[in-house]
Design a protein around this ligand. Structure first.
Ligand code: XMP
Length: 326
């Protein structure tokens, strides 16, 4: 009969058989899929796995630290942490078009990853956290000529030019199975059950031109929002508002509005809060968060994040709005 320990044992044996005594490279994004793939492959081949974690400067607060703590310190996985934020910011300078921003972030990502990959010339395999729905989706895209509203970039989408064999140990699993596997492999529950985060990161949550200062403000506002969602429970359903929403985040609006602080006038940036409930991310409802929770987040953001004097809540469904603002 099917059990998780049996599954892990089989998956580990399969990876060992496939890889033999060769070395494997994996692009770690901090997302669930690449993290679980890393943990599983590490269980199978230990030090012959090297992960590359590219920080594009558009990650959530303390995300780089968290990934390094969890993998490098916690599980003893070899992780190369590349701080490429200066390079990404440079290439994004003056760019305001959402699609162009996505393309630049995607292209830079591949470039940085390839540069790191070349240094590890022993690697014969490229591991990816492709899961079953991705397999279906890309098969569909080939035959149907997908109608794309946004060009999606996943950290997984690395090119063939690396000349590496592909290792995709999660190809047969659905998302919830990947999560269960992650927990069984020792990844923290909160990490494994995190909301999805787009490949281009805060790059699509800072409207228009991306600047480091904006990213810094946004990271702090977003962290406050997420912390309050995690700490506020809906007593009727016995769950936190983080669990009751499918995705939630802050968006930086590059407009200034007038405010008042003490007896002075302020003229500062606006942050929008977005929280949605959805089962497939194709359509979504805005989450009916309690006013009290929204009020607390607003007060904290305005008091704690200098440079923001106004917080608004997004009450748009998908369609016609999308979940991300870009
Ligand atoms: P939209 O904004 O299209 O988002 O309603 C639907 C879901 O997709 C995520 N998203 C992305 N994920 N790379 C990703 O990996 C991307 O470029 C990207 N754009 C949107 C979004 O966060 C939401 O979960």
């Amino acid at each position: 009969s099917w059990t998780m320990p049996n599954y892990i044992e089989e998956a580990v044996a399969k990876i060992r058989e496939q890889v033999g005594d060769e070395e494997v490279l994996l692009g770690l994004s901090g997302g669930v899929d690449s993290s679980v793939a890393a943990a599983l492959i590490h269980r199978a081949i230990g030090d012959r796995l090297t992960c590359v974690f590219v920080d594009h400067g558009l990650l959530r607060l303390n995300e780089g630290q968290m990934v390094m703590d969890m993998f490098a310190r916690g599980l003893g996985v070899k992780v190369i942490h590349v701080d490429a934020s200066a390079e990404f910011m440079h290439h994004l300078e003056g760019v305001t078009d959402p699609e162009q921003k996505r393309k630049i972030i995607g292209r830079e990502f591949v470039e940085v990853f390839q540069r790191e990959a070349k240094k590890l010339d022993n690697a014969k395999w490229l591991a990816q956290g492709t899961i079953y729905p991705d397999v279906i989706e890309s098969a569909g895209a080939k035959t149907k000529k997908a109608h794309t509203i946004k060009s999606h970039h996943n950290v997984g989408g690395l090119p063939e030019t690396l000349n590496l064999k592909l290792l995709e140990p999660l190809r047969e699993l659905f998302k919830d199975e990947v999560r269960q596997l992650g927990v069984a492999l020792g990844l923290p529950h909160d990490m494994v059950y995190r909301h999805p985060f787009p490949g281009p990161g805060l790059g699509v949550r800072i409207l228009g031109e991306v600047k480091r200062d904006y990213a810094d403000l946004l990271r702090r506002a977003d962290a406050i929002f997420i912390e309050e969602l995690r700490n506020t429970r809906d007593p009727a359903r016995g769950k936190s508002w983080y669990e009751l929403t499918s995705q939630a985040f802050a968006v930086f609006l590059p407009v200034k509005s007038v405010g008042v602080m003490g007896d002075g006038r302020t003229y500062e940036w606006v942050v929008a809060l977005r929280a949605v409930v959805t089962s497939d991310f194709m359509t979504a409802h805005w989450a009916e968060l309690p006013y009290e929770l929204l009020g607390r987040v607003s007060n904290r953001v305005i008091n704690e994040v200098r440079g923001i004097n106004r917080v608004v809540y997004d009450v748009s469904g998908k369609p016609p709005a999308t979940i991300e603002w870009e």
